[in-house]
Design a protein. Structure first.
Length: 361
């Protein structure tokens, strides 16, 4: 069941939960802001829902709350950092900041990050670049949680890919996993007792289904575009590992330390006005988006939008009415903020972690 909680209440509660984990005031506030902003903008699956699991990973020693990213190589507009298994959201924010700084100097900047941890909502860092006035591109590799096309067992990560266009009338931001639905989104629908709008995977008998719980149980999420999604996923995995000189998804599988622990991430920012004036480029953005939005909707009374256009409205509504949170997840966050630190009783929002633990038994 979902409830609404005021934004500041959510943020202060999550901040206290992170302080109880041992984070400094500065880190706790920044991490809480990223988690809360994600839920505020309608991405519950990678916002508040991930707080209990972050606490679990810190307690297991899979996230080093004191680690900082370290520069290990640089060539022109490209830098390479070792995240030392630090807090994934903070490592990612730092790296996109560096990519933007390099882009200001060179026109384009690329930062490759290895040995980091889960960045939560990947779109946060594309938005970060767009808000700084740059086109942003980012992606990550992950442990295997999606079958390669033609397989019935996980063999590749869903490896989210994000791109943002700094349109002044409203950024266009695509944040997509390589599966039709990420596991976090399956969890949102399951907790709400809802079916998926479209089939998102297979049940244990190999039948295509819209039942999120059945897909979680089978581990057979559906690659986006069938074979195209799994093909893109393996390409992104290899590109990230090569650029960062870090671990592939297969390495993460062998280590088995939960979701994204030790992964590689790429952050690219580039100046949209390198070869055109700002007014000219912005006019191109507006014209193209307007043409797309004006296409005939599928259903009477429907409205076509480009990715990211509805975010501002979602944010405004949730600021006014309260952030939408799952009641069970919110109680877990309240318990963490109250100092009940034993996460053994806190159900992970990523069923895949539990599945892997069961496979080991």
């Amino acid at each position: 069941m979902s409830i609404r909680v005021p934004y500041e209440t959510v943020k202060s509660t999550v901040t206290q939960a992170f302080l109880n984990l041992g984070l400094s005031q500065e880190k706790a506030e920044k991490c809480a802001e990223i988690h809360t902003e994600s839920s505020l903008e309608g991405i519950e699956s990678h916002g508040l829902n991930r707080v209990p699991r972050f606490a679990e990973y810190v307690q297991k020693g899979w996230v080093d709350i004191n680690a900082e990213p370290e520069l290990v190589g640089a060539k022109g507009a490209v830098e390479n950092y070792d995240g030392h298994l630090g807090i994934g959201t903070l490592n990612a924010t730092f790296c996109m900041d560096r990519a933007v700084a390099l882009a200001k100097e060179h026109g384009i900047g690329c930062v490759a990050l290895k040995n980091t941890t889960h960045w939560m909502r990947g779109g946060s860092y594309a938005w970060q670049a767009a808000q700084a006035g740059f086109i942003g591109i980012s992606w990550t590799n992950t442990e295997s949680c999606m079958p390669m096309w033609g397989s019935k067992v996980p063999g590749v990560g869903n490896n989210p890919f994000c791109i943002a266009i700094p349109r002044k009338s409203g950024p266009i931001v695509l944040d997509m996993a390589m599966s039709q639905y990420a596991y976090g989104k399956l969890g949102v629908y399951r907790l709400a007792g809802k079916q998926l709008p479209f089939p998102g995977g297979f049940d244990k008998d190999g039948n295509l289904t819209s039942d999120p719980g059945a897909i979680e149980a089978s581990g057979r999420i559906l690659p986006t575009g069938y074979w195209k999604g799994s093909g893109m996923a393996i390409a992104l995995d290899l590109a990230a590992a090569a650029m960062a000189n870090g671990k592939t998804g297969a390495d993460l599988d062998r280590e088995g330390q939960g979701s994204c622990t030790g992964c590689c991430q790429i952050f690219i920012a580039y100046d949209p006005y390198l070869f055109g004036e700002e007014e000219e480029i912005q006019a191109k953005f507006d014209d193209r988006v307007a043409a797309a939005d004006a296409t005939t909707p599928e259903k009477e009374g429907g409205h076509v939008t480009c990715p990211g256009e509805r975010t501002a409205a979602t944010r405004a509504r949730n600021l006014a009415e309260g952030v939408v949170v799952d009641e069970q997840v919110w109680q877990q966050c309240l318990d963490l903020a109250a100092g009940k630190m034993d996460t053994k009783d806190i159900a992970s929002t990523c069923i895949l972690d539990n599945m892997k633990e069961e496979e080991k038994k």
